[in-house]
Write a protein that binds this ligand. Sequence first.
Ligand code: FPP
Length: 237
Amino acid sequence: MDGNGRWARERGLPRIEGHRQGVENVRRIVEVARELNLPYLTLYAFSAENWRRPAEEVGALMGLLEIFLERYTRELEQNEVRLRVIGRPDKLPERPRACLDRAIARTAHFTERTIVLALNYGSRQETLEAVRAYTEAVRTGRENPAELDWPRFARYLYTDGLPDPDLIIRTSGENRLSNFLLLQAAYAEMYLSPVYWPDFSRAHLVEAIEAYKLRERRYGQTGEQVRPPTPEPVLHK
Ligand code: FPP
């Protein structure tokens, strides 16, 4: 969800106003995702590196997260949307953390739709924690390295139980992954939109999904292997 700051600056507004509009757009896009029946939507809301921003901006983002969760948890419940978090939410300030715990607990039983918030998330940090937990499991005899394969290792990632992303959209014209789901994105399709996040609308999301539908996902195979064979023409004699 990139471009909040530039959206604000171009309007002569403080950066935080861009984030405020960004949060409004989160609500709109979550609603669109529901209409479009997307089973999973992950939003990169706060990276492990975002703590380096000015304290005032970090504080404002935490405040916005808290307000968002306070106002929005009921809507998630009514729409039967489960909320999950990836990252280290335990390091967030107490108030947004409490709102988060409450929203997660209240929506944990929904199964059809999931919104995942990446909060204090960093892919390298996630990988290191997974390696640490895995090696501890080896040390205590719960894992055998000879049996290690990807699905087994993936259980140690924050995303345990979530499918890999099919489509990753980055807004605001940047062409980077910025430490986002580096391992899970192995075969994700990328869609880079020039639009700043506060302006990223329903039409933009639909356009991204339409573009995704035209992609051929080969997972290392050839096009001929993954394309369904064209049916033999039926000859009418
Ligand atoms: C990137 O824009 C955006 C962020 C670092 C924060 C995204 C957060 C929100 C939309 C609000 C919090 C989320 C929820 C779910 C309540 P930027 O500030 O890097 O923009 P710039 O690159 O134009 O400066």
